[in-house]
Design a protein. Structure first.
Length: 268
């Protein structure tokens, strides 16, 4: 069923993406990936390292015959040019495509890793060359440390960013989001429910509310959810197809709940 999810232009990439995307790593079934795509989602995020490469393989099988309607993002953990190039070529083969829409430097969480990846002979050098060759369209960065990811964005070398953000963990607002807005970078959000821990509290809202929350910020374009199971994913897709906006009171209630959950240690 196509829920007719709302779409948005992903910053300076110019790509039109659904506000909800599929996150990789958790799903071993081609049919489950297809079910998520069939609900109208067009953004898929995976990585060379997810399930030792099997995630890309399963996605490659799932998207056969419909690659042209999808925005495909994957990642490399390599910090050197040769390693990044080798991983890109493997990703292209397993995903069954001749180009990646967004190729991301994965988990760039320290200054040392950033400097290594951006230096001469580093991963970025190989990625930029691959872009010139038409093997990738845009370059992204991902990470869990908001300050380090902001520093990477500040170089203006990246078209997109993938980071944590939810109603309990709001550090991105003053770091990554501020930088992204200044540079018109596309912003993709992971961990809207903190690996579903935010869904377990006594006063938890429906899952779709947590995804509405992250999309309520003006910097955020897409929020992704991993396919641990399909039912909640489809519930979120249905909810977001009905509305994206939050009322002022809903926003306050979610932030109050998130702060309480974080203080309790439930999200650690």
């Amino acid at each position: 069923m196509d829920y007719r999810l709302p779409r948005i232009v992903l910053g300076r990439t110019g790509l039109t993406v659904t506000r909800l995307g599929i996150g990789g790593a958790y799903c071993e079934s081609e049919d489950t990936y297809r079910a998520a795509i069939d609900c109208g989602v067009n953004y898929i995020d995976t990585a060379r390292s997810y399930r030792d490469g099997d995630d890309e393989k399963v996605i490659g099988q799932a998207i056969k015959g419909q690659r042209d309607k999808l925005i495909l993002a994957t990642k490399t953990l390599m910090r050197d040019a040769a390693g990044a190039r080798a991983e890109l070529e493997t990703s292209l083969k397993l995903l069954g495509t001749d180009y990646i829409d967004i190729y991301q430097l994965h988990h760039l969480n320290t200054q040392e890793e950033r400097e290594q990846a951006l230096a001469a002979g580093g991963a970025l050098e190989a990625v930029q060359k691959a872009k010139d060759e038409g093997l990738i369209r845009f370059i992204g960065v991902t990470g869990h440390d908001w300050v380090q990811v902001q520093a990477a964005l500040a170089t203006d070398l990246f078209d997109t960013v993938l980071c944590w953000y939810n109603c309990a963990m709001r550090e991105a607002e003053e770091t990554v989001f501020a930088e992204a807005l200044a540079r018109n970078a596309g912003v993709v959000i992971m961990n809207a429910t903190r690996n579903d821990r935010l869904l377990r509290g006594k006063d938890a809202s429906g899952a779709e509310q947590f995804y509405r929350y992250v999309l309520n910020h003006k910097a955020a374009h897409v929020t992704i959810r991993g396919l641990r199971e399909i039912d909640t994913f489809l519930k979120v897709a249905s909810g977001l197809s009905e509305r994206i906006d939050l009322t002022s009171q809903e926003k306050v209630d979610l932030e109050t709940y998130g702060a309480k959950m974080r203080e309790s240690g439930e999200l650690d």
